[in-house]
Design a protein around this ligand. Structure first.
Ligand SMILES: Cc1cc2nc3c(=O)[nH]c(=O)nc-3n(C[C@H](O)[C@H](O)[C@H](O)COP(=O)(O)O)c2cc1C
Length: 345
C-alpha cells in the first residue's frame, strides 16, 4: 500500500509474523529504471518473503524491472492491475489494464521469461461497465496462459470517473462470491481474495473458498491483527511476539540501526502508532510519539518513554487466549453472514 507498507512498516510487521508474505508499495517501472534504486528497492533481510509490486504497461521495461528486482533478492513480482487513481490511469496502468488482457499477458510472459521468480497480478472484478463475471474470468484465463502464478483479486469493481481511490476502496460493493466462483471454476489457479477482511478468523473462513487472503488496511490500522498469523495460519508452534510490549522491544534494534543510518525517527515510528489501538494507554502511547518523534535528534528514548505510559498486560494464558479466539471467531461469522447477505442482494 502506497505510503503505508514501506520498508519500515514491513520490518515492523516481521516482529509480529515471520511467515506471511509481505508486499511493497507499488513502484512504477519508471521509478525503478530511472530513479534512486536503493530508495525504491532497499529492504532489510528480515523482510523475506517479500513481493515487489510494479506499476507499468510495457513488457520490455517490466522485464528489466523484474531482472533488477531479482538482483535485489525479491522473492516474487506482482503487477498492479487494480489501482484506479488518475495518475495511474494517465500512465495506462492499474485497473484500466483489465481492458487489455493480452497486453497484461505479454507483460507477465516477459517478466517470467526474464527471471526465475513467481509473477502475480493484483486486479479487481472489473471497472465501469466492464464488470461482468465472465469478462473477469476471461481476463484471468488470458493472463493465466501467459504463466501468471498468483491472482490477487480485490473483490469489488472500480469506477474510473467520479470516485476517488479512497471511495473506490469503499463504495463499490464487495462480491466475495465472484472470487469464490472463480476459484471453483479454475481450481488449478492460485486465487487470493482481498477487500474488507479485518481479522484472522475471517481470513480462516475465506480459506475454505480460496487459496490465500490479502489483508490491506487492517494490517496498518490494527497491526496487532497479524501477531498470531504464524500459529493460526501456518501451524507454527509459537508466534514471534507474545505481547505488544514484546513486539516493540523486539523492534528496537532495527530502529537503532536505521537511526544510525540517518533515518528520522518519525518514519520509523509511524507503523507502530496504532499498535495499542483500543488498549489502555494506547492514546498516551500515540500522543507521546506523535508529539516528539519528529524532533531533531529524537531517538530510541521516545519509544521507551511512550512504552512506559502503557500498562504491561499479564502474559496471556491458554484459557484467556482460547476465549479471545472464540470471541473473534463469532465476530467473523457475523461479519461473513453480513457479507453474504450483501452479496446476495
Ligand atoms: C493508503 C492505501 C494505499 C494503497 N496502495 C496500494 C498499492 O500500492 N498497491 C495495491 O495493489 N493496492 C493498494 N491499496 C489497496 C489495498 O491493497 C487493498 O486492495 C484495498 O485497500 C482493499 O483491501 P482492504 O479492505 O483489506 O484494505 C492501497 C490501499 C490504501 C488504503
Amino acid at each position: 500500500m502506497m505510503d503505508r507498507t514501506d520498508r519500515h512498516y514491513r520490518a515492523f510487521a516481521r516482529v509480529l509474523t515471520r511467515r506471511t508474505l509481505l508486499y511493497t508499495e507499488m513502484v512504477s517501472m519508471g521509478a525503478i529504471l530511472h530513479g534512486d534504486k536503493s530508495q525504491h528497492l532497499g529492504y532489510d533481510a528480515a523482510e523475506h518473503p517479500v513481493v515487489l509490486q510494479l506499476g507499468g504497461d510495457d513488457p520490455v521495461a517490466l522485464a528489466e524491472c523484474a531482472r533488477i528486482a531479482a538482483d535485489w533478492g525479491y522473492d516474487e513480482i506482482n503487477l498492479n492491475v487494480g489501482c484506479p487513481s488518475d495518475r495511474v490511469q494517465r500512465g495506462n496502468f492499474g485497473v484500466c489494464l483489465m481492458a487489455q488482457p493480452e497486453l497484461v499477458a505479454r507483460c507477465v510472459a516477459a517478466m517470467r521469461a526474464a527471471v526465475p521468480l513467481p509473477v502475480g497480478v493484483k486486479h479487481r472484478l472489473g471497472f465501469d461497465d466492464q464488470d461482468s463475471y465472465e469478462s473477469m474470468r476471461n481476463f484471468v484465463d488470458i493472463v493465466a496462459d501467459a504463466g501468471c502464478d498468483r491472482f490477487s483479486v480485490h473483490a469489488r469493481k472500480a469506477w474510473l470517473k467520479g470516485l476517488s481511490p479512497k471511495a473506490n476502496r469503499n463504495i463499490p460493493p464487495l462480491r466475495y462470491d465472484l472470487v469464490w466462483r472463480l476459484k471453483s471454476e479454475r481450481p488449478d489457479l492460485l486465487i487470493e481474495i482481498n477487500g474488507g477482511i479485518l481479522d484472522l478468523a475471517t481470513t480462516q473462513q475465506q480459506l475454505a473458498h480460496v487459496d490465500g487472503v490479502m489483508v490491506g488496511r487492517a494490517a496498518w490500522d490494527t497491526p496487532w491483527t497479524l501477531h498470531d498469523a504464524d500459529t493460526r495460519l501456518y501451524g507454527e508452534a509459537e508466534n514471534p511476539a507474545l505481547t505488544r510490549h514484546d513486539a516493540v522491544l523486539a523492534h528496537l534494534p532495527y530502529v537503532e540501526k536505521m537511526l544510525a543510518e540517518g533515518v528520522r525517527l518519525h518514519h520509523l515510528t509511524r507503523p507502530m502508532l496504532l499498535l495499542f489501538h483500543g488498549q489502555p494507554g494506547g492514546r498516551a502511547w500515540r500522543r507521546h510519539i506523535s508529539t516528539t518523534a519528529h524532533h531533531t535528534g529524537a531517538g530510541l528514548e521516545v519509544i521507551i518513554d511512550a512504552l512506559a505510559l502503557v500498562p504491561r498486560p499479564a502474559p496471556p494464558t491458554a484459557a484467556n487466549e482460547a476465549a479471545a479466539n472464540e470471541a473473534t471467531a463469532q465476530e467473523a461469522t457475523a461479519q461473513e453472514a453480513t457479507a453474504q447477505e450483501a452479496t446476495a442482494r
